[in-house]
Design a protein around this ligand. Structure first.
Ligand code: MBD
Ligand code: FE
Length: 304
């Protein structure tokens, strides 16, 4: 039987095949396996350490927390930085900065025309209206844009992930009118913290890191002919605004908060007393192809 050196084993693992398979996947697998062999050797990883890691990965996946770890280790922001770099190289107009989707988007939220409430019943925080237009990079209104909006509840929980919340609570889709207008009422969310006693919190404790995100609201905006825009806005004043565990805070995405706005004109949202408002326009890049305008692949992943 064959005795193998580390190098011989690696070569066999990386070249063994009886069919072409998927060349791109084989290339990626080869790189990752090579780097991990190297890590194990150079850091003298013990069998106990190795099997503890596989156990952790199993628990991480079982708990549906892989997306928390990718965000917390910077991979989600990395993908944004790479798309920004590609845009800049191609001389594409930037529009509203993109910001990570995160692992907590749910497709299929109830849809409203132009305006809606995200919350129901008694407000669980400061009554808040956000409003503005969806525009293209020429400054023209984007009619019939579909804007998904979602945020955390008063204790930082997201519906469909946090126990006790109603389906689609604090999640809505808003279709803009001919002028690209949107408007919604909700309450100002607090920040988010990773779930305690979870595989994610285990890793962050071991790394000596916190797992907090500053207060934010997510958006996913889709419109014919426009590049799908995934972004977030931050509420100013949060302790973690420059120390987000997911590295998603960006200039241009911190909204200005106006307090004590007069209620006139906001009756359709059930507002009869002074409230807190932010105005924000979303600027979408023009799509260069159908893929950029259609989030079909993205939606297929989340609805699966
Ligand atoms: C969130 O609310 C979030 O937006 C991200 C990116 C990661 C974890 C929780
Ligand atoms: Fe979030």
């Amino acid at each position: 039987m064959a005795e193998l050196t580390q190098k011989q084993l690696l070569d066999i693992v990386n070249t063994k095949h009886i069919a072409p398979g998927n060349p791109r996947l084989r290339q990626i697998s080869e790189r990752i396996v090579t780097d991990l062999f190297k890590t194990i050797d150079e850091l003298d990883i013990t069998p106990d350490e190795f099997w503890a890691a596989t156990d952790w990965l199993n628990r991480l996946a079982q708990g549906g927390q892989v997306g928390l770890i990718t965000a917390g280790l910077g991979f989600d922001r990395l993908l944004d930085i790479r798309m920004d770099e590609a845009d800049e190289k191609a001389g594409r107009a930037a529009g509203t900065p993109r910001a990570i989707e995160g692992p907590l988007f749910v497709a299929g939220a109830p849809t409203a025309q132009v305006e809606t409430r995200l919350d129901e019943g008694e407000p669980k925080g400061e009554i808040f209206v956000m409003e503005g237009q969806v525009l293209d990079t020429d400054g023209k209104p984007v009619a019939n844009a579909m804007m998904d909006v979602w945020h955390a509840n008063e204790v930082g929980g997201y519906s469909h992930f946090f126990p006790g919340m109603k389906p689609y609570e604090l999640r809505r889709r808003i279709e803009t009118d001919a002028q690209g207008n949107y408007r919604f009422r909700s309450y100002l969310p607090p920040g988010y913290a990773i779930p305690p006693n979870s595989p994610t919190s285990e890793l962050f404790a071991a790394l000596g890191r916190h797992g907090n995100r500053p207060a934010h609201i997510h958006f996913l905006v889709v419109a014919p002919g426009q590049r799908t825009l995934t972004t977030q806005v931050n509420i100013p004043g949060d302790t973690y605004i420059d120390d987000d565990f997911a590295f998603a805070t960006r200039d241009g995405l911190i909204v200005k908060i106006e307090k004590d706005v007069a209620p006139a004109g906001y009756e359709s949202l059930g507002i009869t007393a002074p409230f807190t408002r932010a105005r924000f326009d979303f600027v979408m890049q023009k799509a260069l192809n159908e893929d950029e305008a259609s989030p079909a692949a993205r939606m297929a992943r989340v609805t699966a």
